[in-house]
Each structure stands twice: as structure tokens, then as C-alpha cells.
Ligand binder design. Structure first.
Ligand code: RB5
Length: 148
């Protein structure tokens, strides 16, 4: 898959680890930064990840900040993006099966590298169930239009 990844300073270490892990797993990775632990603003990088996914330039996105929360909020401001904070593999599975999530968000201060890698592997390997969930995801898309 073609995967875009980004983080703020608080997510930088985990972002770097996940970037390498994705590369080693054979994915094409687009890194939109940040590129150091110097303080920066998570909305900038959440939006950068989300825009790549919304435009179709990337199949999926990965966004990391300290908690995973702020960068997820930023990513979800971009129409077409369904970003979810993944604290567990169960979150990853349900975000894909029921919500067709296309951006995985992690908290570098709360989730260890191995746990994030596991959740990300589930996220990338789980299909959307469709069916009754399709209608609900379509309703999410209507909310995107409301925000314009
Ligand atoms: C940065 O200190 C921190 O606030 C940010 O990484 C994130 O956790 C916000 O939601």
C-alpha cells in the first residue's frame, strides 16, 4: 500500500519507528514530517496526512502526536477522512470493520512501539464489512458536506 505518515514533536519517535516498520513490511511510505523533536503544531501534520488520503495520493494514513487525540481531530477536519485513535488492536479492527477508517492515529506518549505496530498491522489487514455499515459511513460523508 501507499501510506502517508506524519507527526508532531511528541509523536516523532513513534512516527520514525512506524515509518521504518511500514517500509520493512514492503509499503511505499510518504513522510510529511515533522523531522525532529523540535516543538511544532499537531494540526499542521494531521492535516498534511489527511490531505494525502483525501486526494487519493495515499491509500491510508498514519498520524502521531503525544496522545493521538489532537492530531486525530485535525485529520478529521478534512472531508473524506475517517481518522481513529488506536489504543488497542481491537480499536484497529473495529475502526476498519465498522467505520472504514482510513487514518490510524497513535499517541507517542501512551502507546509503546510494539503495541502500535500490532494495532497498525491489524488496521492495514482488516477489510470494511460494508452492509449496514455502508449507510452509516455514507452519513458521515454527508456531515463532511455540512461542514463546508
Ligand atoms: C504536545 O505537547 C501535545 O499536546 C500533542 O502532541 C498532542 O498530544 C495533542 O493532542
Amino acid at each position: 500500500m501507499r501510506i502517508v505518515i506524519g507527526s508532531d514533536h511528541a509523536g516523532f519517535d513513534l512516527k520514525e519507528a512506524l515509518r521504518q516498520w511500514l517500509h520493512d513490511a514492503g509499503h511505499e511510505v510518504i513522510d510529511v514530517g515533522t523531522d525532529s523533536e523540535a516543538s511544532c503544531d499537531y494540526p499542521v501534520f494531521g492535516a498534511a496526512v489527511a490531505r494525502e488520503v483525501a486526494s487519493g495520493d495515499a491509500d491510508r494514513g498514519v498520524a502521531v502526536c503525544g496522545s493521538g487525540l489532537g492530531i486525530c481531530m485535525a485529520a478529521n477536519k478534512i472531508p473524506g477522512v475517517r481518522a481513529a485513535v488506536l489504543r488497542t488492536a481491537e480499536d484497529a479492527e473495529m475502526s476498519r470493520r465498522h467505520n472504514d477508517a482510513n487514518v490510524a492515529c497513535f499517541g507517542g506518549r501512551v502507546t509503546a512501539v510494539a503495541e502500535a505496530e500490532h494495532a497498525l498491522s491489524v488496521f492495514l489487514g482488516t477489510d470494511f464489512e460494508g452492509g449496514r455499515h455502508e449507510r452509516r459511513v455514507d452519513l458521515l460523508a454527508e456531515l463532511d458536506a455540512e461542514g463546508r
